[in-house]
Each structure stands twice: as C-alpha cells, then as structure tokens.
Design a protein around this ligand. Structure first.
Ligand SMILES: [Zn+2]
Ligand SMILES: [Zn+2]
Length: 83
C-alpha cells in the first residue's frame, strides 16, 4: 500500500525511498533484512546484528544480490503476486 518504505541503494550506499534510487536511477532494495540467527529485522548496512551480535555480512551480501536480481531494471509489465 504505502510506497514510503525505506530502501537502500547498493550503488550509492545510502538510504532511499521508493523502488528506484533518485541519484543513480538504479533499483533499490529493502533497507532491512531478517537476521538469520534471531529473526530480528536489521539494517542492510549493518555488519552485525544489533539484537544477537552475530555477523551478518554474508547474509547482507546474499540478500542484496537476490533482491537486485529480482528487481526489474526496466519497467516491464509482468505478472505480480504469488506472494
Ligand atoms: Zn543510487
Ligand atoms: Zn540477530
């Protein structure tokens, strides 16, 4: 519903709003991801989970790669949903 979700641009390395970066036009990713250890939402710019203190760099990297792959760079009309 709301388009004001916090996102993050892996190119400019900064917080953004919306699906695309206003600076580079690239696709952004959600600003938080789920900690694999404690399931807490942690920022994608963290190196460690603020809840459990475990390193999440690897998860962040995978998360970014996955999210960026999933994001359509061009605006192609496609089936949405299934989630
Ligand atoms: Zn950017
Ligand atoms: Zn954690």
């Amino acid at each position: 519903m709301s388009e004001n979700k916090s996102t993050y641009c892996p190119v400019c390395k900064g917080p953004r709003f919306g699906a695309f970066c206003f600076r580079c036009g690239g696709p952004t990713i959600p600003a938080t991801l789920e900690c694999p250890h404690c399931k807490e939402q942690v920022s994608v710019i963290s190196n460690f989970c603020s809840e459990c203190g475990k390193p999440i760099q690897e998860q962040v990297k995978n998360f970014m790669a996955k999210e960026l792959q999933r994001k359509p760079v061009q605006q192609v009309p496609g089936p949405e949903g299934a989630r």
